[in-house]
Design a protein around this ligand. Structure first.
Ligand SMILES: C[S@@+](CC[C@H](N)C(=O)[O-])C[C@H]1O[C@@H](n2cnc3c(N)ncnc32)[C@H](O)[C@@H]1O
Length: 291
């Protein structure tokens, strides 16, 4: 567990800042807050990416050092933006973002701005996020409640409910780029809370690594594993996409869709996307009535 703010969260914010710098009509989304969370080289890279030549150089540099991670983060951001918007338009009355990092959907998605949003993360990352937002806008968004909490601790529900998250409402939950850092117990305990707290039809949008990646190890290990381990946030949990229906069914959920970022990129124009990995997946599940 890192002592300070999450570095992987800052990397994801970098990829979002770089994508947001592409011209309107070409970029897959705009996150005008992302650059505010960056320091040092990452901040410089995002600034350089604001013109065409700089954008190409910065993407080439990132993609050489982190093959496939930038286009994967870009496509997952877009898929999750769309899924969350659809869930809210479909009646979800509150949004919980678990391991929120520098996710700014509570501010930037018009549908999410209209409902209560609860962001849960470890205190150092959440404090840094709040400082940067205050420095940028003078204030924090009024619809977002920040809940400092570690998902590895017992009882994720209690702190969220104390903060005002209402059980029994149709809700939408985001769990993006987080599962890989948890234990099987923490994953099960969080899913149990989701199915207990959300009304039937509530949606969970999540990402995960195919467990086959974790088993590879050694020389075959894809570059991401060593990169995230280097910043103190090693991958330690994965799921098998072929067994996802049973995994979810046992936990009171049913799959809605599930695809690798590589498959998703084939449907959208993401520069550099051909290098995206097949092992990184984005998915959505629904809370069942009889759970
Ligand atoms: C790769 S970042 C993803 C951040 C954000 N969801 C996004 O996609 O932009 C991983 C996030 O998970 C959070 N995280 C990791 N382990 C956690 C835990 N045990 N409890 C709460 N948050 C955790 C980190 O602090 C970090 O913000």
């Amino acid at each position: 567990m890192p002592e300070g703010p999450s570095k992987t969260a800052e990397y994801v914010a970098t990829f979002r800042a770089v994508e947001s710098a592409r011209p309107e009509g070409e970029r897959l989304f705009s996150d005008p807050y992302a650059a505010s969370f960056l320091d040092g080289k990452l901040r410089l890279g995002a600034a350089l990416a604001r013109n065409g030549m700089g954008q190409r150089l910065v993407c080439r540099y990132i993609d050489r050092n982190w093959p496939g991670s930038r286009p994967s983060a870009v496509i997952r951001t877009r898929l999750i933006d769309d899924a969350v918007t659809a869930a809210i338009e479909g009646g979800a009355e509150q949004l919980a973002i678990l391991g929120a990092g520098y996710d700014t959907r509570g501010l930037r998605l018009p549908a999410a701005r209209e409902i209560p949003v609860f962001e849960l993360d470890q205190p150092p990352t959440q404090e840094r996020k709040k400082q940067r937002l205050r420095a940028r806008d003078g204030d924090l968004p009024s619809n977002v409640t920040y809940v400092p909490f570690d998902l590895l601790d017992e009882g994720v529900g209690a702190p969220l409910e104390r903060a005002g998250f209402r059980t029994g409402l149709k809700s939408v939950y985001i769990w993006e780029g987080v599962l890989s850092y948890l234990t099987p117990e923490a994953v099960d305990q969080t899913l149990a809370w989701i199915t207990a707290s959300g009304a039937p039809g509530s949606r969970l949008v999540y990402t995960y690594v195919d467990v086959a990646l974790l088993k590879q190890g050694g020389e075959d290990e894809p570059p991401w594993s060593s990169q995230v381990a280097k910043v103190g946030e090693p991958f330690r949990y994965g799921l098998d996409p072929a067994k996802m229906d049973a995994f979810l069914g046992d936990r009171g959920l049913k799959p809605v869709w599930d695809q690798s970022t590589l498959e998703a990129i084939a449907q959208h124009a993401v520069p550099g996307g051909r290098n995206a990995p097949g092992f990184y997946r984005v998915a959505e599940a629904e809370v069942l009535p009889d759970r």
